[in-house]
Write a protein that binds this ligand. Structure first.
Ligand SMILES: NC(=O)c1ccc[n+]([C@@H]2O[C@H](COP(=O)([O-])OP(=O)(O)OC[C@H]3O[C@@H](n4cnc5c(N)ncnc54)[C@H](OP(=O)(O)O)[C@@H]3O)[C@@H](O)[C@H]2O)c1
Length: 240
């Protein structure tokens, strides 16, 4: 049973992805700061398939030990999905420097360091799949999301060069860039703005976490073995 690491597994896209992975027969280690009731419920259903590590990605120094523990407790890692992120919004001029640093730390530094240690293990096995969750905001922009957007553009740049580095070892690296999904991260956005986002989609609706999770499942599958260094946009056509 291939082992997949999913960061940010307590809710939203990460939780939905865990469900899809378990149904597809993968073994999963979820990582987040809090173990949600929904995640615990899923664990009760999949006792021998779903495991959990509590971790705060603000702690960069502890990531190497976290990876060592996961390898020791659960074995070889086939896939890594860098999904955990925060979405602090605000006008740059008035945003606290503390929030700017946290966005950069959690959304880009932590996934890079986590990938560093996990890819080293994948290199020894000569196989692996790394999937970074970006956002259409990384390329389109959105007022009030300049720092978040910078982190999401960075993850795409990271993907491209890392794909070149790891390709020879049969490891693929891709980004999935979702459009707006209704989760805790976006709960502050509603009313007219939400309607405007829906209208921008040629399909006339938003994407769901399940749609995006489905693309991750595809990238982990054998059908995607020759896809690397690219971005799959899942946004119901909003950026077309
Ligand atoms: N929602 C959207 O419209 C949208 C659009 C495009 C891209 N995305 C991207 O999709 C991904 C998932 O977003 P979502 O909407 O599902 O967000 P969400 O519902 O807010 O979930 C975020 C997840 O990340 C975890 N997390 C946050 N900070 C963490 C930290 N310091 N350490 C460990 N875990 C942390 C959270 O768990 P804890 O709070 O328990 O730690 C949670 O499980 C993110 O990369 C986001 O940028 C979202």
């Amino acid at each position: 049973m291939n082992l997949i690491i999913v960061t940010g597994s307590s809710k939203g896209l990460g939780l939905s992805l865990c469900k899809r992975l378990l149904k597809s027969g993968y073994k999963v280690v979820g990582i987040s700061r809090t173990k949600s009731e929904d995640f615990s419920k899923l664990q009760r259903e999949y006792t021998s398939q779903l495991f959990y590590k509590e971790y705060d990605f603000n702690d960069i120094k502890g990531i190497q030990t976290l990876v060592k523990e996961i390898k020791k407790e659960y074995g070889d890692i086939y896939g890594l999905v860098n999904n955990a992120a925060i979405g602090h919004d605000g006008i740059l001029g008035t945003m606290h420097e503390r929030q700017i640093s946290e966005l950069i730390r959690v959304n880009i530094e932590a996934p890079i360091i986590l990938t560093k240690y996990i890819s080293r293990l994948m290199l020894m096995k000569f196989k692996g799949r790394i999937i970074n969750i970006g956002s259409i905001i990384g390329s389109t922009g959105f007022s009030g999301l300049s720092v978040y957007g910078a982190t999401k553009a960075s993850i795409e740049g990271f993907t491209k060069s890392l794909a070149r580095e790891l390709g020879k070892a049969n490891i693929t690296v891709n980004t999935i860039a979702p459009g707006y999904m209704e989760t805790t991260m976006t709960s502050g956005l509603g009313g007219d703005k939400l309607e405007a986002i829906k209208r921008r989609s040629p399909l006339g609706h938003l994407v769901t976490v399940d749609d995006v999770a489905g693309s991750v499942i595809f990238l982990l599958s054998d059908d995607a073995k020759n896809i690397t260094g690219t971005t799959i946009t899942v946004d119901a056509g909003s950026t077309s």
